[in-house]
Design a protein around this ligand. Structure first.
Ligand code: NAD
Ligand code: IPM
Ligand code: MN
Length: 359
């Protein structure tokens, strides 16, 4: 199969982890006889510096002509004082909105044998396997009015019934393919949007009698993620809650550097990116964990290209590298050898090849 992938590495560690992920993608191409044509584009701070725009039209054109987008991360202290329209994050929100990528899938899975990388006790973290389904193109991020002046500021939390319905359906569909449980997270004791959200979940539930439904208020959900993390299967929630809870949940695996994501819509087109940001504190040091970016490639193979076998091979390869006694600085284990970003990617490629040889 031939596929075109737009690669937007962005800022900070985005560059390093995307390079690692593209190497793995190309290895999948060689091993499984696919051609992945990579087309590079600018987004975020680097796009502001080079083109005066966090999301240049050229980048959107490149993405439009591609079958999927792989993104690194955007942002950094250099642009933190910029006006809102010239913030790197504006480019990221813009590309999600432009392509209508309303469903953000963020799987959180413990690495086998690596539970000591998590600050949680082994018995709590070892069986973690959940999918956070975050609504991505609505809510506080995009609601109008949105403005600020010296004396005050406003952000608006709005959701239409249709926006809630489509993401809730996505949650139910995924639960059916997994452990059959949906936890809907809201703040229905206070927020009107959450009351509508809960109503929609209750309505949709009738169409999925095989799926167990749990409602949690977001504050209680934040606690239960730590006290009973293995009790979650699919978590479906609005934009901001999903953003916050996914960073929290990453700790269950040991690091934000482990969490991939897929931002998709109904027709298979998608944008794939790590959940983490540009990590300015470690950028340029070749020590960032590339697992999130590499596992995002696996999600691309699965969700945009329908290449389930190839996706599983990439996942297995990443987990095997840890199993073989290697790790990265963020997820260390006694006796394991710490690898750089690029060396970790090379090991994943070795594993990928080994699996194929033994097939
Ligand atoms: P961050 O996710 O960049 O970093 C948080 C912490 O996690 C840091 O200590 C960092 O070193 C660590 N970390 C992140 N990724 C890692 C990896 N792959 N390997 C090892 N450690 C890793 O969050 P932040 O510091 O709050 O934000 C920095 C910038 O990134 C900000 O400008 C923010 O807006 C942006 N951001 C972008 C995205 C994105 O592009 N999707 C996501 C989050 C934050
Ligand atoms: C994420 C990030 C972004 C978000 C920021 C950088 C706009 O935190 O992808 O999780 O809040 O969606
Ligand atoms: Mn985030």
């Amino acid at each position: 199969m031939k596929k075109t992938v737009a690669v937007l590495h962005g800022d900070g560690v985005g560059q390093e982890v995307t390079e690692a992920a593209v190497k793995v993608l190309q290895s999948v191409g060689r091993r499984f006889d696919h051609t992945f044509e990579v087309k590079k584009g600018l987004i975020g701070g680097i796009a502001i510096d080079e083109m005066g725009d966090p999301l240049p039209k050229e980048t959107l054109d490149t993405c439009e002509k591609s079958d999927a987008v792989l993104l690194g991360a955007v942002g950094g202290p250099k642009w933190d004082q910029n006006p809102s329209a010239l913030r790197p994050e504006k480019g990221l929100l813009g590309i999600r909105k432009h392509f209508g990528l309303f469903a953000n899938l963020r799987p959180v899975k413990a690495i086998k044998g690596m539970s000591e990388a998590s600050p949680l006790k082994d018995h709590l973290s070892k069986d973690v396997d959940m999918m956070i389904v975050r609504e991505l193109t609505g809510g506080l991020y995009f609601g109008e009015p949105k403005r600020k002046n010296h004396n005050g500021a406003v952000d608006s939390l709005t959701y239409s019934r249709e926006e809630i319905e489509r993401i809730v359906e996505q949650g139910f569909e995924l639960a059916r393919l997994r452990k059959g449980k949906v936890t809907s997270v809201d703040k229905a004791n206070v927020l009107e949007t959450s009351k509508l959200w809960r109503e929609v979940v209750e309505e949709k539930k009738a169409h999925y009698p095989d799926v167990e439904v749990e409602h949690l208020l977001v504050d209680a959900a934040a606690m239960k993620l730590i006290t009973q993390p293995a009790s979650f299967d699919v978590v479906v929630t609005e934009n901001l809650f999903g953003d916050i809870l996914s960073d929290e949940a990453s700790v269950l695996t040991g690091s934000l550097g482990m969490l991939p994501s897929a931002s998709i819509r109904s027709d298979g087109f998608g944008l794939y990116e790590p959940v983490h940001g540009s990590a300015p504190d470690i950028a340029g040091m070749n020590i960032a964990n590339p697992s999130a970016a590499i596992l995002s490639v696996a999600m691309m193979l699965k969700y945009s290209f329908g290449m389930e076998t190839e996706a599983s091979a990439v996942e297995t390869a990443v987990y095997s590298v840890f199993d073989d006694g290697y790790c990265t600085t963020d997820v260390q284990k006694a006796g394991h050898r710490v690898l750089s970003t690029s060396a970790f990617a090379d090991k994943v490629i070795e594993e990928l090849e080994r699996e194929l040889v033994s097939d």
